[in-house]
Design a protein around this ligand. Structure first.
Ligand SMILES: Nc1nc2c(ncn2[C@@H]2O[C@H](COP(=O)(O)OP(=O)(O)OP(=O)(O)O)[C@@H](O)[C@H]2O)c(=O)[nH]1
Ligand SMILES: [Mg+2]
Length: 269
């Protein structure tokens, strides 16, 4: 009888232990499930982050692509035409580029804009061999950085683009053929149209082709272009320049003009 009781108690103990073991097992399974869930959530989070990063990269690439495309479109033209032998420096923007403010080089066709610009860029006299069909962008490196010049061809169809660029210009360089007396009134009209579009834009006038016998002296050019009327709020400078012997050093007036342009550009920027 006693033995029977002991056996029963032992059995009960055994069942109790069994239950505890079972419970332990269940808890272990539950813990594993929770751990699994946490891992899955972390994985999901990581995947989400990667997806977001990929998307951001993709967007960045598309944006860059668009910009490059826009710039490429802006700069096609004379390079493709290959007519102008100075085309390494020639670009055709359709609209002003936002990045850097440009120094605008304007004036009637044949005044000598390209010749002046390329001579300033290389510090050597460099004649242009063809009229600019559209735009001509030249970057000149200086001690303090770089200057971006933009010539707009002086022929009638291209002149109309000038006003679009004036509001974003840094300086205006106006080149005039000092020996072409008959076209001085036309040059004056064009210059005054330009400056009316931007009342503060500093103005540097190049009375070019001073080497020619028929060239007007700079005081006559001052009068012929009515430079006294350019406005009191505007800085204005006038240089007598010439681009004569190809390959020779640029004349000192041109070097002076270049230094002044660099100084003005630094002040305005
Ligand atoms: N004698 C002389 N000829 C010059 C001088 N500057 C330019 N030329 C000549 O003038 C002609 C026209 O020069 P360009 O530099 O093409 O003139 P541009 O103002 O750029 O003309 P577009 O591009 O048509 O607006 C070329 O035959 C040049 O060689 C100069 O100082 N003296
Ligand atoms: Mg030109």
């Amino acid at each position: 009888m006693e033995r029977g009781k002991v056996k029963k108690k032992e059995k009960e103990k055994e069942t109790e232990k069994e239950k505890i073991r079972e419970k332990g097992k269940e808890e272990k399974v539950k813990r594993k499930e929770v751990e699994q869930k946490i891992k899955e959530k972390e994985k999901e989070k990581q995947e989400k982050q990667e997806r977001r990063k990929r998307k951001e990269k993709e967007e960045k690439r598309t944006k860059q692509g668009k910009e490059t495309k826009k710039e490429k479109e802006q700069f096609k033209g004379q390079e493709e035409e290959g007519e102008n032998k100075d085309s390494t420096l020639t670009r055709t923007p359709l609209e002003p580029l936002e990045k850097n403010k440009q120094i605008l080089v304007l004036g009637l066709d044949g005044a000598g804009k390209t010749s002046v610009l390329h001579s300033l860029a290389s510090n050597r006299v460099q004649h242009s061999v063809a009229p600019t069909q559209g735009f001509n962008a030249v970057c000149i490196h200086t001690e303090d950085g770089q200057m971006e010049f933009l010539e707009i061809g002086g022929s009638e169809p291209f002149r109309s683009y000038s006003e679009t660029y004036l509001s974003k210009g840094l300086l205006l360089i106006f080149v005039v053929d000092s020996a072409d007396h008959s076209r001085l009134p036309e040059a004056k009209k064009y210059l005054h149209q330009l400056i009316a579009a931007n009342p503060v834009l500093p103005l540097v006038v190049f009375a070019n082709k001073q080497d020619l016998e028929a060239a007007y002296h700079i005081t006559d050019i001052h009068e012929a272009l009515a430079l006294s009327e350019v406005g009191n709020d505007r800085k204005m400078f006038l240089f007598g320049t010439h681009v004569t012997k190809n390959g020779s050093e640029i004349p000192s007036t041109m070097q002076d003009a270049k230094d002044l342009i660099a100084q003005l550009a630094a002040e305005v920027q």
